[in-house]
Design a protein. Structure first.
Lengths: 250, 393
């Protein structure tokens, strides 16, 4: 009788333990819920540091809607980039850029999706990919791991070739306490870590955990770009027809 | 004129929310052609003002001050093949003492109000009134639907001069917009009237354009050696499609021009571009312009004058344009720009370096190598180089 009870108890423990471990899909869902709010608007700085230590700092405003599916970003500083704007729709599958000096709008081809935005280490897809994580990658929970002393879930996301993902593989360390990612490794075709994004200074903004600083390190080129949030709100409601050429040219 | 305009604008800039910005640009060029080397250049200051007296109102203006140095006097005849100008300026039946050897063109220092406009955003449309930059079309090197501007092949993305116009940009539904442009002339017939409908379908952007105005065509008068103007009513029916195939951008832009007194003509471009993962960017465009001349044997001085005056997008009919750029590092970009006249087989190859020296300072160095016979469009020149320094503020 004791043996039977012990077997039942251990099976129950295993089941409970299994239930407590979220699957890869669940982790992606929870992370997306946090990272892609319905709408947002922010003012941010972007500091690019080259391998030789030289720096360039940009300031831009950014508007997102429909859980990041639509993004509009407009440079405010420095003078050379002032007024240049990007409109990204369909998770950055469609990108238009506006050049204020010539008052022209140009549609960029999707081959430019993974190119650097203003020479930074963030690509257009990094900036406006919305929920592509859910549709372009198969994700697996690799289990518990500590990163910088924080208990994390380690998530592995493998790109689905037919969906044309920007990276063949990504690994994410997300805090167990709230599923907020604090480190993302982006791999190239040779399974080498091409870039690493670090999220820090995580604050509650309108009850949403928000990384006020994001640093993208490019291991291939020895450069890094830090994005610092100056102000952000998730309670912004986009006016009708906001994500259009009309707003891009303002 | 500038003083008066500034006095009117001053209270707005003082009491409205206003911004001052612009750039300094210095350029030095050396060009070898007709067995001589010429040095020339300029210093330019562009000063922009922008004021927002109301949330939906923008008043913008900019002043361009440009001072040329070194060689500021050019002989137009040096730029023309000898067989074009010699029969007119040095006819065989004239005594040599009466031959004309120069057709001087001076580069004068300028100080002018390039743009001055008011833009108001209404609920259903934006209205811009005044002298404003209007850039139409999707092509990179040429724009058949753009009747206001002609681009320089060596520098197609340089800003264009302002146009006096009233422009209403009316968003309709989704990605559909209607653009109404009226650029007043001496009378209604001379004024530019233009309608442009833009829309998007899936991954494609489309645009249809209709416009009408009196086109003033330059005509050289060989009797008086003066330049006259011929008036022609021009009606333009144009359009463009931008899309992509397998990650490569594709676009077509074309226009059919119905003319009142001269032969109708069409103009079309086909373009493609692609960005490789390593940052290498390649763009190519082909132009077919029936307003140009099909072979160099048919060229006359009027064709050159109309091209130099910016009345036609090209001298001849068929051209190829290509540009590639590759980031050498985060601040230095290598570029190779080339264009070829397919009718006279002349070409130009222009390797260039763009260097972001400091946060708001760019240095561009371009070398130009011209290929072709001496009596061809680009072959008339031998080589050239340019250094341009631009600092924004």
């Amino acid at each position: 009788m004791k043996k039977i009870l012990a077997i039942i108890l251990s099976i129950a423990t295993v089941i409970i333990a299994q239930q407590a471990i979220p699957t890869g899909i669940e982790l992606v869902e929870k992370m997306s819920e946090l990272m892609t709010q319905e709408n947002s608007t922010a003012i941010m700085t972007q500091t690019i540091t080259t391998s030789s230590g030289k720096q360039r700092t940009f300031e831009f405003e950014m508007f997102t809607a429909n859980e990041g599916e639509k993004t509009l970003m407009r440079y405010l500083k420095p003078s050379a980039a002032r007024g240049q704007a990007f409109l990204m729709l369909n998770n950055a599958d469609d990108i238009w850029t506006y050049f204020p000096r010539t008052k022209r709008v140009r549609k960029l081809s999707s081959s430019s999706k993974n190119q650097k935005v203003q020479g930074s280490d963030f690509s257009f897809e990094d900036m406006g990919s919305g929920d592509s994580w859910k549709t372009e990658y198969n994700s697996t929970n690799l289990g518990s791991e500590k990163y910088n002393g924080t208990d994390c879930w380690k998530l592995e996301s493998i790109g689905i070739p037919d969906e044309n993902p920007s990276y063949p593989k990504m690994e994410v360390y997300m805090r167990k306490v709230d599923f907020y990612p604090i480190k993302i490794d982006y791999f190239d075709e040779n399974d080498f870590v091409e870039k690493t994004m670090l999220m820090s200074d995580i604050q509650e903004v309108e009850e949403v955990p928000t990384a006020m600083q994001m640093t993208m390190k490019n291991h291939l080129e020895g450069t890094e770009t830090t994005m610092q949030t100056i102000s952000i709100t998730y309670s912004w409601e986009p006016p009708e027809n906001f994500f259009t050429e009309r707003e891009l040219k303002k | 004129m500038i003083k008066k305009t500034l006095l009117i604008l001053l209270p707005i800039f003082l009491f409205g929310q206003s911004n001052f910005f612009g750039y300094y640009e210095g350029e030095f060029d050396q060009l070898k052609f007709a067995n001589q080397t010429y040095n020339y250049g300029y210093n330019k200051l562009r000063l922009d003002f922008e004021a927002h007296p109301d949330d939906v109102v923008t008043i913008g203006a900019n002043i361009n001050i440009q001072k040329y140095f070194d060689n500021t006097m050019w002989n137009l005849l040096d730029f023309l093949p000898t067989d074009i100008w010699q029969p007119i300026f040095q006819p065989e039946d004239f005594p040599e003492e009466m031959w004309i050897t120069e057709f001087p063109i001076a580069l004068s220092d300028t100080l002018f109000l390039d743009n001055v406009y008011l833009k108001a955003g209404f609920k259903h449309f934006d209205l811009t009134v005044g002298k404003q930059q209007i850039s139409l079309g999707t092509g990179y090197a040429w724009n058949p639907t753009d009747i206001f501007n002609t681009k320089q092949l060596l520098d197609p993305t340089y800003e264009q001069t302002g146009v006096n116009a009233i422009r209403a940009e009316i968003p309709l539904k989704g990605r559909t917009n209607l653009d109404v442009i009226l650029s007043p002339g001496k009378d209604w017939k001379e004024s530019v009237k233009m309608l442009q409908l833009k829309t998007g379908l899936g991954r494609f952007d489309m645009q249809g354009t209709i416009g009408q105005y009196t086109w003033q065509r330059t005509q050289f008068n060989p009797t008086t050696f003066s330049i006259d103007e011929q008036n022609n009513l021009r009606t333009l029916y144009g359009g463009s499609i931008v899309g992509e195939l397998a990650g490569a951008g594709l676009w077509i832009e074309g226009a059919f021009n119905k003319m009142e007194n001269i032969a109708d003509f069409s103009e079309i471009i086909f373009g493609t571009d692609y960005t490789f993962k390593n940052g290498l960017y390649i763009i190519m465009e082909y132009l077919r312009n029936e307003n140009g001349v099909s072979s160099k044997e048919n060229l006359d001085i009027n064709n050159y004058l109309r091209y130099f005056m910016g009345e036609t997008h090209s001298l001849m009919q068929d051209y190829l344009f290509g540009f590639l750029s590759y980031p050498l590092n985060d601040f230095i970009q290598f570029g190779l720009l080339g264009f070829r006249n397919l009718n006279d087989n002349s070409a130009a190859l222009n390797p260039q370096i763009s260097w972001n020296l400091f946060q708001d300072v760019d240095l561009t160095m371009v070398y130009s190598h011209f290929i072709g016979d001496d009596n061809t469009e680009f072959g008339v020149q031998d080589w050239g180089w340019r250094i341009r320094l631009r600092g924004y503020f």
